[in-house]
Design a protein around this ligand. Sequence first.
Ligand code: P1T
Length: 387
Amino acid sequence: MKKKNKFGLATRALHVGNEPDPTTGAIIPPIFQTSTYVQAAPGEHKGFEYTRTHNPTRRRLEACLASLENADFCVTTSSGMAATMLIMQALPANSSVLCGDDVYGGTFRLFTTVSNDRHKFNFVDTTDLKKVEKALKEFKPKLVWAETPTNPLLKITDIKGLCDLAKKYGAMVVVDNTFMSPYFQNPLTLGADFVVHSLTKYINGHSDVVGGAIMLNDKKMHEKLYKLQNSIGPCASPFDSWLVLRGVKTLAVRMEAHQKNAMKIATWLEKNANVESVVYPGLKSHPQHKIAQKQMSGFGGMITFFIKGGLKESRQFLKSLTFFSLAESLGGVESLIEHPAIMTHASIPLANRLKIGITDNLIRISVGIEDCDDLLQDLEQAFESTY
Ligand code: P1T
């Protein structure tokens, strides 16, 4: 495994890009909340002309995030979707793209209703490398897009296996690493060409920023993405960059706490008589548990489960909770719960949803870092009010 960084991730999350301000010694770097920079004479400046192009706070965040994914470069964006859009824009027109069949609803919507003007998309179950190889031969994609674990079904793709195959057929690989965060998984180290994150989730961790990032090692591609970023304009704002720089400092401790609670809750749900089945990468019953153990250093804070019954039971259960807020999004310190079919994945046509298993009794939990006993009691009382 290639490892470029001499310091551990928790140290890098705190110190890379977070160096004290050189002019004042302030331990916390200032927010350069400015749109423009004064020039002494036309074209004579200190390397900063306009904030869409450069901003010192954003630059600090990019240095930190590149380091966390063992990458040479990072481009931050105004949302996770903007990061995805930039990559689509960086591909030559009329590229073939092969995408996992279970991805965030917004990614599916972008590919099937916006970027399909420019590229040709095909979808495949990336957990099945035989199907992937067949699709690589048939569609000759320029790019393979994989989420692992997937949103919301938590299916796991063998990243190294996928990247080896893609290379054989001349395709680049993007891994959306939002669910694991750089703390539990580093796809570039396993052969991916790009890592994408919604910073909105674990990296920021406090549900107060929408942001995105692309991490990569290819200098030319970085220049291309950076130019696109500047031309199109979906850059991360100085204040959002500063908030993420602050949030990411605790990534290591937060991820450990999320995982500890998630493991307890998944185990508890698996024994619950009102639950049909539970999907959590840390459970032995997870179909790709062995791959998870191989490529992830932890199993994360996301759980998906199938409640007994249908929409009626799901609705009643979701309405009855106190500490699990019914809301889209994930990865914040507070627990969230949602109904993918009606909420995050509503933009996927019903037939596609049913084909991959997003049914009306599917519930997704983003386990927070509250006291686990309180979370378990909350779930217990919601089951009692449902059945
Ligand atoms: O919301 P935004 O920052 O634009 O990120 C989009 C995105 C990209 N990739 C994954 C895996 C995601 O889960 C998301 C956003 N997801 C949700 C809002 C959600 O509740 O699933």
